[in-house]
Design a protein around this ligand. Structure first.
Ligand SMILES: *Cc1c(COP(=O)(O)O)cnc(C)c1O
Length: 388
């Protein structure tokens, strides 16, 4: 069973009962950002993909530790502006006119996803010379990972076979300055050696394609996708990434941009919930939490058991014995009225009591932000920020 850092446990024990909280550690964010930067080639642009965790304090902290923010909606765009991001890049296949106008006003670099979007952006751009990178769904260039975005049919980017036409359009439209390509390909890839090879290939492809289509190449964004192994002990090996990227030649005048989300935030977040009840039905033990998948959806969405640690809570105020289980395995269920509200199955416990806390590490990315908060209208978790 994993352990909980003392500062996280202390922060949780100071919360009102029943405890239900996310804890974000700003020092951990800083350390991870520094480690990622150290693995990237000198001069690379490190952006944070805000959708992984849009908590304003997390975003503001990361805005100080990375070179800029990648946003995918008008909401994230205004968050990035209030976080004081030095650089903002704006992507996503469903931008509205209002969002495009806001991006122009904010001076963002826009990752354009279709010819129609190019035309709409040009209408908004006036004579600002808004920087544009074309997002490309390449013919090949798959990478293993949980979600593939390119090399397969997806709503993301411009099909490589239609790229020449889009480049011509971008060049002919007034108010736009075509600077390069955006090639985000995958999420949650755990193989850093393969990732470095993907980056090298993306850069080669970009240089060759820019030459072929007459694009003055200034910017190649290879996206995010650095993975986190939630259930095992594999890790995205930054040393291997650095070694792999050391061989990559970034041409003079080209900025190589990375925009990880998950990896920058996952390890800086914990989700914790108090055990409200323990019960046994049809031979299985259940721990029922003040919390659940409406706060932390990832295990249910991906169909895995998220490892959990116990923070014991002493003190018992009821005038009857405290329920507990010993040396057994429990299924960890939430407070929603659906049998799918399960965060972990067969969690081995030495001792677990009503009133103890279950704490889920690596919950800082795609945790709260990706969950369906209002299902059943339970109160939201506390958000506790430590460090910084
Ligand atoms: C989600 C996303 C990212 C971040 O992906 P991670 O897997 O969290 O690193 C980066 N770029 C784009 C375009 C995205 O949609």
């Amino acid at each position: 069973m994993s352990t909980v850092p003392p500062a996280v446990a202390a922060a949780l024990l100071a919360q009102p009962h029943p405890v239900c909280a996310y804890v974000y550690d700003l020092d951990a964010l800083r350390r991870t950002a520094a480690a990622v930067r150290a693995a990237l080639p000198t001069g690379a642009l490190l952006l944070y993909a805000v959708k992984a965790n849009g908590d304003p304090k997390v975003v503001a902290a990361l805005a100080r530790h990375v070179d800029g923010l990648e946003v995918a909606s008008g909401g994230e765009l205004s968050l990035a502006a209030s976080a004081g991001a030095a650089e903002v890049v704006f992507g996503g296949p469903a931008k509205t006119d209002a969002e495009l106008a806001a991006a122009v006003t904010a001076g963002a670099l826009v990752h354009v996803e279709s010819p129609h979007e190019l035309r709409r952006l040009a209408l908004m751009a006036g004579d600002t010379g808004v920087r544009v990178a074309l997002r490309v769904n390449r013919a090949g260039a798959g990478l293993a990972g949980t979600h593939r975005m390119t090399g397969v049919p997806t709503p993301f980017g411009i099909d490589e076979v239609a790229l020449a036409e889009a480049v011509t359009l971008a060049r002919d439209l007034p108010g736009l300055r075509l600077v390069g390509f955006h090639l985000h390909a995958v999420s949650n890839n755990l193989d850093a050696v393969a990732h470095a090879a993907y980056v090298a290939d993306a850069l080669d492809w970009s240089v060759a394609t820019a030459r072929r289509l007459g694009v003055p190449l200034e910017y190649v964004n290879v996206g995010g996708g650095f993975g986190v192994d939630y259930t095992g002990d594999k890790r995205f090996d930054l040393d291997a990434l650095r070694a792999g990227l050391a061989a990559v030649q970034v041409p003079a005048g080209v900025t190589l941009a990375f925009e990880p989300g998950r990896f920058l935030v996952a390890s800086a977040g914990w989700y914790a919930a108090e055990v409200l009840d323990l019960k046994r039905t049809h031979g299985r033990w259940f721990a029922v939490l003040r919390g659940g998948t409406h706060h932390f959806r990832l295990p249910a969405a991906w169909g895995y058991s998220h490892p959990a640690a116990i923070v014991p809570v002493d003190g018992w105020s009821y005038p009857f014995p405290r329920p507990e289980v010993r040396h057994t395995a429990v299924d960890v269920a939430g407070e929603l009225c659906t049998p799918r509200d399960v965060l972990a199955r067969d969690l081995p416990v030495d001792r677990l009591r009503v009133g103890d806390l279950l704490v889920f590490a690596n919950a800082g990315g795609y945790g709260w932000d990706i969950s369906h908060h209002d299902f059943l209208r339970h109160p939201y978790p506390q958000v506790v920020v430590i460090g910084g």
